[in-house]
Design a protein around this ligand. Sequence first.
Ligand SMILES: [Zn+2]
Length: 248
Amino acid sequence: MQQGTDPAEGSSHAPRESGARGPVRQRNPARTKNAGIPPSKVYPEPVDRLIAELARLPGIGRRAAERLALHILKEDRADALGLARAIEDVKTSIRHCQTCFNLSDGEVCGICASAERDAAVVLVVEQPRDLIWLEQSGAYRGVYHVLLGRISPLDGIGPSEITAAELLDRVRDPAHNARGVAVREVVLGLNPTIEGDGTGLYLADEIRRAAPGVRITRLARGLAAGSTLEFANKAVLADAITGRRSID
Ligand SMILES: [Zn+2]
């Protein structure tokens, strides 16, 4: 999975230290001025600044940024300000669910709050977007836990940089789980990569220690090794959920 530029991807910072329950975390809060793009000497300074800001977005190069900036300049004032407001709203109102770390506009996300979901089954994923893909399969009725990363020793990311401790709290104590329900099963839904597998092994060990009675399963491997949940189609995801198997 690609790292870094997607704000919905969370970050590798320690959740307990960086206000995990506050605003959505970003990987690189320190910004490089103008993202390395020199002023054009053609446009007025505010236009150069807009181009530089747009060029910081993933997949947007200098040329595309320039095209977008000129489009915004040409647009109605109301449309352009609507875009600015939408960005501001998403950054001020969206945070992580205090239970599962899904993106949420309140303290608890809609999935954790819903009485229709089986809060005794917790599916663990790496990123909010994995959750979105699994939700779209429509095959899962339990709740989630978003790790906001995976353990990757080579990148200096250990268990304290993901929401592992919060997962163990949920498993140990119903008061930390959605709607106060005791956890019966944890489904490991990490990506089938070396880091995903390593993270899964670590979590399985810790869950066994924290709550020996909890069943631990993982998604069935309809998913090709090295692929990510994001690129699996809905049918494969649904099979992976219904065909999950016990690992204890
Ligand atoms: Zn939640």
